[in-house]
Design a protein around this ligand. Structure first.
Ligand code: ADP
Length: 404
């Protein structure tokens, strides 16, 4: 069975076409700058080098047209060769499990759109356009929050009047679920121990970032909430802050709800503190040049991760493996060492040389170890493969539906 995995952002579309018999990637790539001048379409077919085309891609429908044209020149002869498509979504409203997309699912996605004004309109458009172009295929929603569905109420509830929890369902939903789940499975494989016996802390550090406590294969707590702003300091998102500040800032600066939301999502985090960039590579370069605010941003980012790892450690009551993943997690030895500074007595002992000289893990070799031999907790660096987790879920559902 071939499964197409689609992951849309407000102006991007990532895609991977898998052959599920051996989980090989037939073609993968990205559209960037959709709707902007000079959109970029890059893709790599199995066994070929990657190609990049600059084109006029006004919307996600046009991106799908370009994608399907490229497909028919390569790994498939017709779109009907793809029986199922996995669409990546964050919050599924009342839905927490991977499911077939029907009108009820679409209605639910529209209901949660106000929480994600930047991303959901593009995601919904991508699903609608894809369904039009591939009416024969099963279209499956895979939610980033599914992995966190077992977080107990006491960890998920906010200290608000109870009706927000009971009637509106405002609880810690959590995101990056496919990444945290992949890291947990790969950690167990690497350690050669059953996942059901392990306590794992995963730190997904990319533009978006979250930590997760995984007990015996299940997420029991995570740092992200109903929206993707809560928790760690991120590229442009604030992470946790005093809720009492929000109405004050709105009054002081005469901001509308849209404007404060924009500030918390797009102008805060590493970018907001440093005044320089959301990109950790640029922050690290500026730190090396003595830039004060970049130094503060880097320290604050790592300190917040460290504090969150501490709270996950308490939630788990111990930790067999700690994982760094995401673009920053796999690439930055500085961030990894700062996040675990002075935590040796708590069981986190990094091998400084291994960490410094680490060649980042790859799809082919996704797990590397940076812990010292004597470290009670294994410290791993894992290259996330969220797409294969989505493809597996989609494939299982499709098989159950068509009873293969
Ligand atoms: P997204 O959340 O958008 O998927 P990624 O997981 O790709 O993000 O991570 C992007 C982040 O990874 C950026 O902050 C980028 O600077 C950082 N990054 C990538 N390579 C390096 C590197 N060599 N050193 C430090 N940070 C890096």
């Amino acid at each position: 069975m071939k499964i197409l995995v689609l992951n849309s952002g407000s102006s991007s579309l990532k895609f991977t076409l898998f052959q599920m018999s051996d989980e090989s990637v037939l073609v993968s790539g990205t559209f960037e700058r959709i709707g902007l001048p000079l959109s970029i379409f890059s893709f790599q077919k199995c066994g070929s080098s990657s190609e990049t085309i600059s084109a006029n891609i006004p919307n996600h429908g046009a991106a799908l047209d370009a994608l399907f044209e490229a497909f028919t020149l390569g790994p498939i002869s017709a779109l009907s060769d793809i029986p199922a498509v996995a669409h990546r979504l964050g919050h599924g409203g009342k839905y927490r499990e991977t499911r077939l997309i029907d009108t009820e699912v679409m209605d639910e996605l529209r209901k949660v759109t106000p929480f994600f004004p930047l991303h959901y309109p593009a995601m919904i458009l991508e699903i609608e356009e894809c369904m039009k172009r591939m009416p024969q295929a099963l279209h499956v929603a895979v939610f980033d929050c599914s992995f966190h569905r077992d977080i107990p109420d006491e960890a998920a509830i906010y200290g608000l009047p109870y009706r927000f929890f009971s009637e509106k369902g405002y609880r810690r939903i959590g995101y990056h679920g496919n990444s945290h789940a992949f890291s947990a499975i790969e950690s167990a494989n690497f350690l050669g121990r059953p996942l059901k016996q392990l306590r794992i802390i995963t730190c997904h550090l990319g533009n978006g970032a979250s930590c997760c406590a995984i007990k015996h294969g299940k997420s029991i707590d995570t740092t992200m909430g109903v929206t993707t702003i809560e928790g760690l300091i991120m590229g442009t998102r604030s992470g946790d802050l005093d809720p009492g500040l929000i109405p004050f800032i709105m009054d002081e600066e005469k901001l509308t709800t849209g404007q404060i939301s924009d500030m918390l999502v797009n102008h805060s985090g590493l970018l907001g503190i440093s005044g320089l960039s959301r990109d950790m590579r640029e922050i690290e370069k500026a730190v090396a040049e003595g830039h004060e605010r970049a130094t503060l941003a880097l320290k604050a980012f790592c300190y917040k991760v460290k504090k969150s790892v501490g709270s996950m450690l308490m939630a788990l009551g111990g930790c067999d493996a700690l994982v760094f993943t995401g673009g920053i997690g796999i690439n930055s030895s500085t961030v990894r060492s700062k996040c675990l500074e002075d935590t040796e007595e708590l069981g986190f002992m990094i091998d400084t040389e291994k960490n410094l000289n680490l060649v980042p893990p790859t799809m082919e070799q996704p797990v590397k170890e940076i812990s010292a031999e004597a470290s009670p907790t294994k410290i791993l660096v894992i290259r996330a493969n969220e797409e294969i987790m989505m493809a597996r879920d989609c494939c299982n559902l499709a098989k159950a539906i068509v009873k293969i």
